[in-house]
Design a protein around this ligand. Sequence first.
Ligand SMILES: *[C@@H]1O[C@H](CO)[C@@H](O)[C@H](O)[C@H]1NC(C)=O
Ligand SMILES: *[C@@H]1O[C@H](CO)[C@@H](O)[C@H](O)[C@H]1NC(C)=O
Ligand SMILES: *[C@@H]1O[C@H](CO)[C@@H](O)[C@H](O)[C@H]1NC(C)=O
Ligand SMILES: *[C@@H]1O[C@H](CO)[C@@H](O)[C@H](O)[C@H]1NC(C)=O
Ligand SMILES: *[C@@H]1O[C@H](CO)[C@@H](O)[C@H](O)[C@H]1NC(C)=O
Ligand SMILES: *[C@@H]1O[C@H](CO)[C@@H](O)[C@H](O)[C@H]1NC(C)=O
Ligand SMILES: *[C@@H]1O[C@H](CO)[C@@H](O)[C@H](O)[C@H]1NC(C)=O
Ligand SMILES: *[C@@H]1O[C@H](CO)[C@@H](O)[C@H](O)[C@H]1NC(C)=O
Ligand SMILES: *[C@@H]1O[C@H](CO)[C@@H](O)[C@H](O)[C@H]1NC(C)=O
Ligand SMILES: *[C@@H]1O[C@H](CO)[C@@H](O)[C@H](O)[C@H]1NC(C)=O
Ligand SMILES: *[C@@H]1O[C@H](CO)[C@@H](O)[C@H](O)[C@H]1NC(C)=O
Ligand SMILES: *[C@@H]1O[C@H](CO)[C@@H](O)[C@H](O)[C@H]1NC(C)=O
Length: 624
Amino acid sequence: MPCPKLTPLQARFAACLAATLFLLFLYLVPLNIRFAYAIDVDSIIREDHNHPILLDLDIPLGLLGPKPVNVVSEDNVTLAKRAPDGTDALANNEPRLKNIDMGETQHWVIPKEVVTGPKSPSTPGLPAFVRSNDEATQSDRSSFQEDMKPDGDLSRRATVVYVTVNTCIQPSLNTTQRSDDSSPPQLRLFYSQDSSVKEPGPNTPNVRSVDLDDGFASVEIEAEGDVYIGIFAPTHQRYGGIYNYEVAASVDAPFHSLEPDTPFLYFVDSDNKAALLQTNATTEAKQGAQSYTDWMNLNPPPFTMFAHNMNHSAILGIQKSYCGLSKNAQIGRMGSNIKAKMIDRGLKPKEQFYVTGLNQSSRYYGILAMSGNSTASGNGVVGGGGKVWKTMNFTTKSDDNCAIVYDLEFCREVAYAVPSNNALNISELKTIYDNYAASVYENFTFSLAQIPCNTSSTSMYSLARGCKDCEKAYKSWLCAVTIPRCQDFSSTLPFLLPRNTGQAFLNGTILPEDNELRQNVLTNSSRNPLIDSKIKPGPYKEVLPCREVCYDLVQSCPSALGFVCPTKQWLNNSYGMMSENGDVTCSYLGAAYFMKGAASRIGSMGASMGLVLSFWALVWGLYA
Ligand SMILES: *[C@@H]1O[C@H](CO)[C@@H](O)[C@H](O)[C@H]1NC(C)=O
Ligand SMILES: *[C@@H]1O[C@H](CO)[C@@H](O)[C@H](O)[C@H]1NC(C)=O
Ligand SMILES: *[C@@H]1O[C@H](CO)[C@@H](O)[C@H](O)[C@H]1NC(C)=O
Ligand SMILES: *[C@@H]1O[C@H](CO)[C@@H](O)[C@H](O)[C@H]1NC(C)=O
Ligand SMILES: *[C@@H]1O[C@H](CO)[C@@H](O)[C@H](O)[C@H]1NC(C)=O
Ligand SMILES: *[C@@H]1O[C@H](CO)[C@@H](O)[C@H](O)[C@H]1NC(C)=O
Ligand SMILES: *[C@@H]1O[C@H](CO)[C@@H](O)[C@H](O)[C@H]1NC(C)=O
Ligand SMILES: *[C@@H]1O[C@H](CO)[C@@H](O)[C@H](O)[C@H]1NC(C)=O
Ligand SMILES: *[C@@H]1O[C@H](CO)[C@@H](O)[C@H](O)[C@H]1NC(C)=O
Ligand SMILES: *[C@@H]1O[C@H](CO)[C@@H](O)[C@H](O)[C@H]1NC(C)=O
Ligand SMILES: *[C@@H]1O[C@H](CO)[C@@H](O)[C@H](O)[C@H]1NC(C)=O
Ligand SMILES: *[C@@H]1O[C@H](CO)[C@@H](O)[C@H](O)[C@H]1NC(C)=O
């Protein structure tokens, strides 16, 4: 290939850079049971009373039961009396937690006073989701929470009553041999509005029912009077112990909710003990817009997540239950193992989760969740039972020479595993990479300063692109190239390139001298020599930067800077190709697995590929 004439500075860039996821419960069954009973206390009594109207109601005496059971609040007198013997009343948005034995059916009633009672005042909710193409008009109330239905037609007397159930604790296998991934049978929810069927259950004919699905059930009942609920726990010969569940009724919105269609949670990268995940963009508004600012300002952040080792069956059967996950997931909620915050990597607000305490080479379930309505949870809160999203999965790495870094000062968009060494802690590692990139960038700004960017449009190098674009493109390229994305040396993925094979592994072993990986300059060192000398990670594999990162550089910067992307095998050995299905087969800033639009900039690059090629020809023409 004909080599362009380069200044010494350009030569340095081009040469060194361009060419080269409570298992305890399962095992400790007695503890499990004790704990389960302990949480059955009516601890959910709260001081506040939202139903003064109930006290004024005229109770039909014929419906009074002989003794009130499990009184809940002052309203309890009114409510509990209405219920048949042994039946508890449910008040609006007041969840009840109860144990149930296998084979047992328990009954609840939602009294007419609750059904026709006042709705809760509406709350602000999360900030709006704004679509990018239509900022002003399309802004709607956030879809992350269940809408509170407006009262609607006042002449209609029926109210929608939302009845939801979460399984919190399941029976455990009473055989020691666990053979499969099966889980205990699901609870079943029965409901009736017929005053002749006050105790709906498996033996009641013609009564509507729904099985819980992975620990979750939600039904909408149009009612004008009392609603009768039955919860049935099936028996199973392989399982023993009790269930514990939470049931709630609301006239506002479902107390517990589920988003079954999207995980809304994407895997960014992992090392052998931690993983980085993020949500999809929570708004498409541009920086500076109200919605953007509102999301970024959420502190604490709105979502939480759960992670659980796929080889441990404790959460099977309760994956759609917030209550179940919060009691059983190995890693969850805002415990010490999850660091969450709002970020705007990839230009749009989203929440990031840094999950620690994971095992190496393990597969994990990841489940996005919201505690209550995100700012409040539990008794009296509309949607206070929390929400969970569809389960996704991720894996951890096996080798210990890749480490996740994020929040770099200069290379702000870098958030993935980089070559590392146990001898260095994460902050030292970040500093080494970041300082290096920043110093190279500084030299670049000196060069750029000599280019007429800020002159009249005729003498500018390009009408379409200015120096700001060049600076941005150079920074993206520089960060992607000097801070390589690291993968296990043992990984066999075809798009990975072995690096630094001339160095010994961290355990001291070294590849045999005649190994061709040690003979080849391309593989026996790192792309950034600083890695081999200062970090000494030993052999690792690199996810090459995407070609588009280079094309964008060439396209955005003045040709006088002499940036040219390599061709043929040089290109293949330096840059990777993007995958169509969203797999991360090459490195670009903001990359996340199977997340469309993870990098807005790269997206626009793909679209302008034709332009790139013709521009290429131009650059080529200049140097040929
Ligand atoms: C109803 O609940 C309140 C407090 O929650 C309690 O003081 C009161 O005794 C209960 N009423 C009855 C009849 O048990
Ligand atoms: C959550 O519920 C509480 C209590 O009802 C309310 O004060 C708060 O504003 C709600 N949060 C959101 C984000 O709507
Ligand atoms: C498991 O426990 C249940 C209830 O405790 C019992 O009926 C069943 O026979 C037990 N099964 C085995 C295999 O021990
Ligand atoms: C987890 O399960 C997979 C497949 O079922 C198995 O190959 C692997 O060895 C298991 N890992 C552990 C640590 O048990
Ligand atoms: C890690 O592995 C150990 C041993 O197999 C297991 O007991 C533990 O539950 C695992 N933890 C996680 C978070 O996967
Ligand atoms: C993990 O998720 C992917 C897609 O999200 C799916 O294709 C795959 O089957 C899942 N793996 C397991 C073990 O559930
Ligand atoms: C990392 O190591 C440096 C120097 O050894 C030390 O000053 C710093 O406190 C360490 N940081 C952390 C987070 O451990
Ligand atoms: C920046 O340029 C100076 C002067 O040419 C040189 O000494 C220095 O090594 C360069 N820095 C980097 C990181 O290339
Ligand atoms: C161009 O002008 C802007 C503002 O006047 C300045 O911030 C920027 O650094 C200039 N760029 C160059 C390359 O001189
Ligand atoms: C890498 O390979 C080249 C060419 O074979 C050789 O000259 C060089 O010494 C090797 N470097 C290392 C660190 O083994
Ligand atoms: C050292 O680590 C490498 C890669 O992790 C592995 O292939 C090799 O077997 C290990 N050697 C010893 C002696 O444990
Ligand atoms: C992420 O959200 C955008 C809208 O903001 C949507 O177009 C895109 O399909 C979502 N990505 C995935 C992977 O669901």
